[in-house]
Design a protein. Sequence first.
Length: 444
Amino acid sequence: MVKSLPPEFYTAYLSDVAKERKPSPIRGLYPLEAKPGVISLLAGKPNATTFPLTSIKLTSRSPTDPSQETETEMSGKALAEGLQYGPTAGLPSLVEWVYGLQERQHGRKKGEGWRVSIGAGSQDVIYKAVMAMVNVGDPVLVESPVYAGVLPMFQALHCDLIEVETDAHGIRSSALRQILENWPASKPKPKVLYTVPYGCNPTGMTATRDRRQEVFELAREHDFIILEDDPYYYLYYGTAPRYPSYFALELQQPNAEVGRVLRFDSLSKILSSGIRIGFACGPEPLMTAIDMHTAVANLQTSSLTQTITHALLDTWGYDGFKTHTETVSAFYREKRDVFESALKRHLSGLAEWSTPEAGMFFWFKLLLTEDAASSDDGDSESIIRTKAYERGVLALPGTVFLPSGRKTAYVRAAFSLLTEEDVEEAVKRLRETVLEAKQSAGSS
């Protein structure tokens, strides 16, 4: 029997905004319409007979044989559901499919104190989770370097961003422990830790099981919620067996109460980024706070994109979905290998890096100084933004991924789109740029 933390546990984790937000007076009553015999005068839904769409046909590649195509038609009840307003947390058909997926992937069963909410991409539900849990000025633990897309969320709230160092094995749990054990008694401890444990954007790191275990133990010891942002989970191509997610790991702890992980998944990297479907899974009180935000912000994620997504996934089944994600991860492994080969040819001795095991990014350090004993490693900002761009190559200087904005010699390069020829030319141009920078530094 799985034991979950009681609902009242989460009161202290809700932001003032979440506590003040009232349920939608209309959407809160939607479930009552399902009672047999009820004649509903509740919702101002448009009459579906006025909608011009009568059917939608999807043609997709077979996950088992990409040379074959499968046609899926949406009409009747399924299409009607996709054309109408739907439940705030997501269409029941897609929500149920996600429950089944999470049981297969993470061992988490429905009815264990957690639930699902569908978002317009995972960024949507991450933002709503942050708004539901973080107050203005709160301290927040973030891995560093960190996904730049979340920084504006915390910065708008004037949060005290506490950077937790990472390396090729994930969050440095020893550094996290030191931060928490030396926390000033006069200040409230952080309520959340944000992390991207697979193929981290920007570093490409994948956290090992040992690091995850140590971080989770600290979450229990110091009472914070892990915000597990995992858009690259299905883009894992490492040789080691897949490490358990935090969402799975908390279930594996002896005599542990589950409910310290709020997980975010995305279909953007494996089905379509434009379809904007992601989902959050976590403790029911936190999911309710997210849904109450959705109800007043955008009512729901698009019913039509949810219907299209479910039609495709239902046609494939879970085995077909697994096959497709394995094909996608193999694709990115080949892309990684091509990019790393170019790095070895052109930047050996001029840069250093760790080989990513998931995702679509390389994080490499430009070796700009000759003095190995110097604490100043140099700054990639002007080199990448100006000199590299003048040579016709565009990448991101590492400073944009550091909450403090401090200078760094690191650079993030995405390898997802480029052909082998473009990779070769881009890395050659980077080599020329670095050599020029080193020459200028030596002559100054």
